[in-house]
Design a protein around this ligand. Structure first.
Ligand code: DER
Length: 223
């Protein structure tokens, strides 16, 4: 168990207030948040509804007894809490290691406030040490990969055991190793222009607060 992920995940629950609609991110750090949130729902009668960012989060939230809702019934998300694979000095994120980047971005972008919970190892000067996940349509994926490679990376089709990984949305993911990503906003915008690209794992200018932990102590980072 990574104690810093647990501490950061549980601290984020303190920002959840009665009556809120919460975007529930994905990943192992978020799982600690979900367990603490479920505890408050059960023991304090906290009245919230969650919108999950992946099938795995939806299943865990249901199992824990966290009430869920969807975009048919709500028009606004008060707070989204999510993880990340990298966070740079400007609080831009590289996400998608868990394969849920599209639904995460839809929910995170809709939220009035986005809190990111990470262990300290995710803090970087520049994004890019972690391969950038890009969700693409399966049709013509090889051609899409070639066009993405022209941006100076090596796209690798994500596998799950022997099979091609398929996202919750029925798409493929390319893990794209760049040397360093110095201009995440323009890279994201240019990648999105490519036909076949659904979404990139670059979450630029979306984060309000980062909660991490160092040697068991909470560390807050915000603009
Ligand atoms: O895919 C993602 O962006 C997830 O948030 C995930 O990668 C976070 O990582 P964690 O499991 O270390 O919390």
């Amino acid at each position: 168990m990574d104690i810093n992920k647990k501490i950061a995940g549980e601290e984020a629950v303190n920002y959840i207030k009665d009556g809120m609609t919460i975007g529930l991110g994905s990943g192992s750090t978020v799982n600690w948040m979900l367990k603490k949130l479920a505890n408050r729902v059960k023991n304090e009668g906290l009245n919230i509804k969650g919108i999950p960012t992946s099938i795995k989060t939806e299943l865990l939230a249901k199992d824990l007894g966290i009430p869920l809702t969807n975009f048919t019934d709500v028009e606004q998300i008060d707070l989204a809490i999510d993880g990340a694979d990298e966070v740079d000095n400007n609080l831009n994120l590289l996400k998608g290691g868990g394969g849920s980047l599209v639904r995460e971005k839809i929910v995170d972008a809709m939220a009035k406030k986005l809190i990111i919970i990470i262990d300290e190892s995710k803090l970087v000067t520049h994004l890019g040490a972690f391969p950038l996940p890009i969700e693409i349509l399966p049709f013509g994926w090889n051609i899409t990969a070639k066009h993405i490679a022209n941006f100076g990376c090596e796209p690798i089709l994500r596998k799950k055991e022997e099979d091609v990984f398929v996202s919750d949305n029925g798409n493929y993911i390319l893990d794209c190793k760049f040397d360093r990503i110095l201009h995440p906003k323009s890279l994201h915008e240019n990648l999105k222009l490519l036909v076949g690209v659904v979404e990139t794992g670059l979450f630029v200018g979306m984060t309000d607060k980062v909660i991490t932990a160092r040697n068991g102590e909470i560390v807050m980072i915000q603009h």
